[in-house]
Design a binder for this molecule. Structure first.
Ligand code: ADP
Ligand code: MG
Length: 215
């Protein structure tokens, strides 16, 4: 059981998420080659490597600092949509966490909601448009539901969120892309999951693994 998340737990979660992306980068690029430019795996590896470098150079051992440094590092990743969207997610989460030393369940949920809100300011994509929003939104919704249902354990919350993100990403296979490069191929985009939704689900799975293996 991991009731609250502090600086060290967040660091472990990001390292584990980075590993999850490295383990699956070929799949991500393959998915992106259907309607995009085939770079999503390498973009995500670059983003997570920068995030890990930023963490290792960060001298402020707070939850906010980890999220902020990761967000800032990812914002700086060139190559299209991923840097701004994912960077904004973690930057907005950092703001929501503020000076709190640890994230308890309500703060964890609030932070992810603020993250999604931040991302939504940068894109008009809605659930159903076959983007990373299709994994992020159900994960964040599930966090709120689980909290309302009485969950207090961060690990239990993330397990449910990771499952919702995975289901959300898988469901994008049946959708037609309305944002990103894949929208250009119209109905030909139907049949494979969206790369960004898939990588978002992998991040959640990595977060969960990071907690589980070190609990
Ligand atoms: P690019 O498409 O610029 O090459 P990536 O390959 O890194 O960027 O990421 C592509 C993913 O980014 C898509 O699968 C989709 O999930 C997400 N994406 C692209 N454009 C948008 C957008 N406008 N809103 C939300 N998500 C988007
Ligand atoms: Mg691409």
């Amino acid at each position: 059981m991991t009731t609250t998340l502090g600086h060290d737990a967040l660091v472990r979660m990001f390292h584990s998420a980075a590993q999850e992306i490295r383990d699956n980068h070929e799949t991500l690029s393959k998915l992106d080659s259907v309607g995009g430019d085939g770079d999503h795996g390498s973009t995500m590896v670059r983003a997570m490597t920068r995030a890990e470098e930023a963490i290792s150079q960060c001298e402020t051992p707070t939850a906010k600092a980890v999220l902020h440094e990761v967000g800032w590092a990812i914002l700086g990743v060139d190559g299209g949509a991923t840097g701004p969207l994912l960077g904004t997610l973690f930057m907005a989460m950092a703001e929501a966490v503020g000076e709190a030393e640890v994230l308890d369940a309500p703060l964890l949920v609030h932070a992810f909601e603020a993250g999604l809100e931040g991302v939504s300011k940068h894109t008009k994509a809605q659930p159903g448009d076959k983007t990373m929003i299709d994994a992020l939104t159900p994960a964040v919704k599930k966090l709120r539901e689980a909290l309302t249902a009485g969950a207090t354990d961060a690990q239990a919350l993330l397990r449910q969120a990771a499952e919702a993100a995975r289901e959300g990403a898988e469901a994008t296979a049946g959708m037609q892309a309305r944002f990103g490069r894949a929208k250009n191929i119209k109905e030909k985009s139907i049949g494979q999951p969206d790369p960004g939704a898939t990588s978002t689900a992998l991040l959640f799975r990595g977060f969960l693994k990071g907690l589980e293996t070190n609990a």
